[in-house]
Design a protein around this ligand. Sequence first.
Ligand SMILES: NC(=O)c1ccc[n+]([C@@H]2O[C@H](COP(=O)([O-])OP(=O)(O)OC[C@H]3O[C@@H](n4cnc5c(N)ncnc54)[C@H](O)[C@@H]3O)[C@@H](O)[C@H]2O)c1
Length: 391
Amino acid sequence: MIRLGVIGMGERVSWVINQEMRAVAPDLKVVGVVDPDEAGARSRLPEPDSAEAIFYETLDEMVRSAKPDALVIGTRCNLHTPYAIQAARCDLPLFLEKPVSNSMEQAISLEKAFENSRCTVVVSFPLRVSPLCVMARTLLEEGAVGHPNHVMAFNYVPYGTIYFDSFYRIYPVTQGLFLQKATHDFDYLSYLMGERIVRVGAMASLGQVFGGSKPSGLVCSQCDEELICAESPRNRLVNGSGRAGSDHPCVFGEDIGTPETGMNEDSSSALLEFAGGAHGVYTQVFYSRRDAGARGATISGYEGTLTFDWYQNHIKRIRHHQPFSDTIRAGGTGSHMGGDSELARDFIGVIRGTRVSRTPIESGIQSAYTCLAAKESAETGQFVTVRQVGG
Ligand SMILES: NC(=O)c1ccc[n+]([C@@H]2O[C@H](COP(=O)([O-])OP(=O)(O)OC[C@H]3O[C@@H](n4cnc5c(N)ncnc54)[C@H](O)[C@@H]3O)[C@@H](O)[C@H]2O)c1
């Protein structure tokens, strides 16, 4: 039996534990939880764990008393680093949600905490380990484009309203959408290109679509524009225009923040320089809907071009100097296009000593450093050198 200790048993990790990890390890049991919302956390656990899991005030107390085989940190973004620093002192495998840090101060202290730690981390980066991305990397290693000289990566997020009508709108928690969203993309781009990102020039558009002057605390059910607003639950449902859900805070509310006080961006883009001299561009748009959803990259070199999109679930390979082009269709789907089940296999394998982590703590910290450079660049209008793990 695998005994799991969970810190922050929220929506995301309860899905990963209940659907993905249990599929790999049916004998998994959540024995201890640190979460101030005990009722909510219990409701996200199946029986018998829901009744039997013991709740603790602190991570240390849980590790001492529940004696878990491994830890999962699934709190919101601002608490990942403080808890991970505590976990670094335990000799236990750790599944850590992203972004691993939400400030430079946090990221540096996290790197320091893991310098001599024996805690093996699986950072929750499903895109990097998704079968489509791994296949793209394999083709690149086989020379599909020759040397990868350029990348253009795109992310048109069809469920982007979540960053304005759920807890992600709380800017002090997220610190913007480079850290929140691009952390995945900068990570998989470094993996695909086989090199770290060393310099970033970025730009963001804020407050042009989302945010506005609707009163603080307004929700759709109390709004006199509910019938005509494209964002009301009923109209999203009718139009199939993104995450429908239930009553929600207004995406045009003043409580989202302003460009001056800090708020999530409508869209943002980054020019990326890689260590070997290649460059690329990444762009993310949060008001896209329906069939506009797209996420993937086009990588090119002298020999060819490779392009893939998780929403299309295929890779196109074009040979530049031979009259052949292929489309490779991926089978299967699953959460994050199979990436979450790959993460679960990695984590259970690390616990059993049969696999190594493909998303170690360094990948999480390096991605956070890159996001922080992009954030700083967008704020200052200057190119920013990316801090590198290990100095
Ligand atoms: N890797 C991915 O693809 C992916 C996808 C979705 C979300 N996420 C990340 O998962 C994280 C959690 O998102 P969520 O939607 O599950 O949020 P959530 O609010 O549902 O879960 C957070 C949990 O933490 C608990 N919590 C609050 N304060 C705490 C404290 N001091 N100590 C311990 N627990 C505490 C809450 O009660 C809640 O149960 C976010 O950081 C988000 O960025 C990652």
